[in-house]
Design a protein around this ligand. Structure first.
Ligand code: GAL
Ligand code: ZN
Length: 673
């Protein structure tokens, strides 16, 4: 991440950003004029243009039609609306697949996926790459220096996978770089198992559909490769843009916790982290899930402001049953992102499409037009953001870090494991929720992060861990930090080979505990805190023994009765030592809340609400800079104590007592007096 360019490049002169995807090619030009007037009235200052314009710009191979795009950019420039210009390479025109079928992706069964939708490209295709880079070059040459150009949007939602022969060849090259020779590969993949030994590079293919379970290390390397192959393509486009417009920041839009793309590896390659985020209106955990993903975006940018590139004003069209958002809901979600570090709040899309596969997707201007309840809300929201301008650029301070790793996620969620009910993102959310409920801010970090300065580090699951990262976690706790480690962690090395001996082998010493059997549980499991209170856990148990740690909870029934379920260890000796917790099961939410409260007490960390008391259920409390945001996601009005006299930036009202928040209400309190 280059520090020279970032969200500040955009917000410096414009304040917070507000806008969305704009697809004027779907409309006659007289509608564009109305769009501009409506955008101005709504305070729109950023539009993403051109995401799906390849066929419009290049109607036949080698042709160029930029005239319409010139007029769009000129129009935006004249209106003072910044353009986030996309490279159109996410959706090649039909002619590419028709003339060069090898550019079309092939699935794991060997079936080619056709055009007629979008995203139909092979990340490793030479022809796709050449054609894509050619249009990107011309686009950059044409619009370098255009006053409306403010940001580059490379591709769209990278995540394509292809199993064709060209991909297989690229995979082999990647493997040669990783392992040097076939002996190295055979050793890493453990190919003595099931007679899988490779004697010639040409024998190696992508993990195509096979009769039974596939080699887990082959699968793991394949996922590493797929992320890298897309990243290489992203980089190639980026480099063209960077060379021609060194002062224009570059982004590509993530999709939250999206498995195919190792976002830690990607984020360092862009100037601005941006995300597309579509909370499910019917999901009771959506507010916490969103908070987690927003914190991830901030983490990917190493704490810097990020851009919410896409969200929906109401129902999307790609779920089986698309619940709408009640009045006030998209505003609440938007302000939640702002409170957690977003400096720009954009939507998919500006004007609802009349035709095409997304006819029924929400927009900022619905089919019914601008004189609607929904658009009135859009306009009001755009205008109110001006009152929050002082928040732009402010950090979200956090003393708690949560470790998450893509390779570990890939390795964990492999078939042929003890239980497919222990998943990386579910575990992450389970440990995140109690922190979120207590108004405790969290930084998401990769396993090799510098943990200095964090009072508490939570590792919900780190199935795959390198020796170095395990040592860093150990040093962190021995050096005074508080560490919480969830079950089935430290199980394999980076080749996905089991670390033998009592588990979690590389963390055994710091945890002061070790285990010998993973025992997926059929039903709920009763547990008991050392004080006597009972709680339930579920799905997963481990046969673990204390080796210096104090069992703070034990299993209270079944074959494990009396054995430790949760352990707490004074890590290291001497006054500067920290504390390490190990959780050998999956406690139900309330019990995980109790455990979290104890770990927070160990770490001396308190939430954003005075006295460290958790805010009322459903209320999110988060501090950005010195502004305390309170957001009521619950169905009931809630009263929340505040630290002292403050002014609500949204209304200008002064307050010094508890604040009452109706459902979906938000306050942004700046201390005052
Ligand atoms: C995103 C995509 C947009 C649009 C949107 C609909 O995945 O980037 O182009 O399809 O979803 O929710
Ligand atoms: Zn391919």
């Amino acid at each position: 991440m280059t520090a020279r360019l970032g969200m500040h490049t955009l917000t410096r002169d414009r304040g917070l950003l507000f806008g969305g995807d704009y697809n004027p090619e779907q409309w006659p030009e007289h509608v564009w004029a109305e769009d501009v007037e409506l955008m101005k009235a709504a305070g729109v200052n950023l539009v993403t243009v051109g995401v799906f314009s390849w066929a419009r710009i290049e109607p036949e191979p080698g042709a160029r039609d930029f005239g319409w795009l010139d007029r769009v950019l000129d129009l935006m420039g004249a209106a003072g609306i910044a353009v986030d210009l996309a490279t159109p390479t996410a959706s090649p025109p039909p002619w590419l697949g028709h003339r060069w079928p090898e550019t079309l992706p092939v699935d794991e069964s060997g079936h080619r996926l056709w055009y007629g939708s979008r995203n139909q490209f092979c990340p490793s295709s030479r022809v796709y790459r050449e054609r894509a880079l050619s249009i990107v070059t011309d686009l950059a040459d044409r619009y370098a220096g255009h006053p409306a150009l403010a940001l580059w949007h490379v591709g769209n939602e990278y995540g394509q996978i292809c199993h064709c022969d060209e991909s297989a060849a690229a995979f082999r090259t990647w493997l040669e770089e990783r392992y040097g020779d076939l002996d190295g590969l055979n050793e890493a993949w453990g190919t003595t198992f099931w007679s899988q030994r490779y004697g010639d590079w040409a024998e190696i293919v992508t993990p195509r559909r096979a009769p039974y379970l596939i080699n887990p290390t082959q699968n793991l390397d394949w996922q590493r490769f797929c992320s890298d192959a897309l990243l290489a393509h992203y980089r190639a486009e980026r480099d063209i843009l960077r060379e021609r417009t060194p002062d224009t920041p570059i982004t590509t839009n993530f999709m939250g916790l999206f498995k195919p793309v190792d976002s830690w590896a990607w984020a360092g390659e862009e100037d601005i982290v941006s995300n597309d985020w579509y909370p499910e209106p019917g999901d009771p955990l959506a507010p916490a899930r969103s908070a987690l993903v927003h914190d991830l975006m901030r983490g990917l940018g190493r704490g810097r402001p990020w851009l919410l590139m896409e969200q929906a004003t109401t129902g999307v069209n790609w779920r089986p049953h698309n619940l709408p958002k009640p009045p006030g809901q998209f505003r609440l979600e938007s302000l939640q992102a702002l409170a957690r570090g977003a400096d720009g709040l954009c939507y998919f899309q500006w004007r609802a499409s009349r035709f095409g596969a997304e006819r029924f997707h929400a927009a900022m201007v619905p089919h019914a037009g601008a004189d609607t309840r929904l658009h009135a809300e859009v306009r009001a929201h755009g205008q109110e953001l001006r009152r929050l301008a002082s928040v732009a650029g402010e950090p979200v301070p956090a003393r708690v870090a949560m470790v998450f790793d893509w390779a570990s996620w890939w390795a964990l969620e492999e078939r042929g494991r003890p239980s497919d009910r222990l998943n990386a993102t579910d575990q992450l959310l389970a440990y995140y929720v109690p922190l979120w409920e207590r108004g405790v801010s969290v930084d998401l970090v990769p396993p090799d992060a510098d943990l200095t300065g964090y009072a508490l580090v939570v590792v919900p699951n780190l199935f795959l861990v390198s020796d170095r990262d395990a040592a860093a976690l150990t040093d962190y706790a021995r050096g005074g930090g508080v560490l919480v480690v969830g079950p089935f962690s430290g199980v394999v090395d980076p080749r996905a080979h089991i670390r033998t001996g009592r588990f979690p082998a590389p963390l055994r010493e710091v945890l002061g505990a070790s285990g010998e059997e993973w025992l997926p549980a059929a039903e709920e499991v009763r547990c008991r805190w050392a004080g006597g209170a009972e709680f339930t856990a579920h799905t997963w148990t481990e046969l673990v023994a204390a080796e210096g740690a104090e069992p703070v909870a034990e299993f209270a029934g079944g074959d494990l009765a009396g054995r430790p379920a949760v352990l707490r260890h004074r890590a290291g000796d001497g006054p500067g030592s920290g504390i390490a917790w190990y959780v050998a099961t999956m406690p139900e939410p309330e019990a995980l809340g109790e455990l979290t409260a104890r770990a927070l007490a160990d770490a001396g960390v308190r939430g954003a609400v005075p006295d460290g008391a958790p805010p009322p259920p459903g209320v999110e409390a988060v501090r950005r800079g010195e502004v305390l945001f309170l957001l009521n996601h619950g169905a009931e009005a809630a009263s929340v104590p505040i630290p002292g006299p403050a002014v609500d930036l949204l209304t200008g009202a002064a307050t010094d007592g508890p604040v009452t928040l109706p459902p979906r209400a938000v306050v942004a309190l700046r201390p005052h007096g």
